[in-house]
Design a protein around this ligand. Sequence first.
Ligand code: NAD
Length: 249
Amino acid sequence: MREPDELADGIAVVSEAKRVAVLSGAGVSTESGIPDFRGPNGLWTRDPSAERMSSFEAYRDDPEVRRRSWQARLAHPAWSAEPNDAHRALVSLERAGRLVALVTQNIDGLHQRAGSVSVLELHGTMHETECLSCGDRRPMLEALDRVAAGEVDPPCLVCGGVIKSATISFGQALDMNVLMAARDAVTSCDLMLAVGSSLSVQPAAGLVGLAARAGATVVICNASETPYDDLAAIVLRGPLGEVLPALVS
Ligand code: NAD
């Protein structure tokens, strides 16, 4: 039973930190009813073929992948999800003036809905669409209305091109400005808190190593092992809805 000791140590480390950078992942939102990819009940754990839906090339080149993607977006649990105690704990860290930035791999907007302001969305947002040809951006709900009305793969209203959620799929480049801001945050923090991520997607996961090399203490809160656990001063495996409120209390 090391966990209670580790939690007490984690509380001490977090309470002493003055500049905290957070890297969050899909595990923060599972308690809001949004499945992750690689956790025990993850979308890809249950259906490995679903990984193809996250490939940029497959989406761009295969109308069937786009048709399935639009149906998945229409039925996505994020539209009715509410922030949970893990999201709210990170809001209180920011309101206490101790957060440098909340870097998230999540696309669901729940950190902002909970009240977090300094959010860097490394992988974009599912709340907007973007045209792959002309770059036109619009609210996702406009496109979903068209899908619900019978358009299986709604084209861009400006140029007729393929539209996609404004998220970064595998094979797509990250927004360099967002990535640079994230790098600045993790190299200027004294505590790097990585929460709810398998830390298996680069370059996001590499931010943890970057923070450690720049001298930050690393705390990882995740139910399963990550490749960065050995770098961490403290690793906590409990559910984030309990662990994060305790850590920042
Ligand atoms: P991931 O699925 O690879 O890993 C999630 C991790 O969270 C797993 O290791 C799992 O064990 C852990 N976890 C799940 N629920 C937890 C809980 N309640 N308490 C503690 N740990 C918990 O997700 P990732 O590392 O974020 O990376 C994959 C990609 O998935 C990202 O690019 C992200 O954009 C995308 N994604 C986002 C969402 C979302 O926005 N909510 C959902 C699914 C996938």
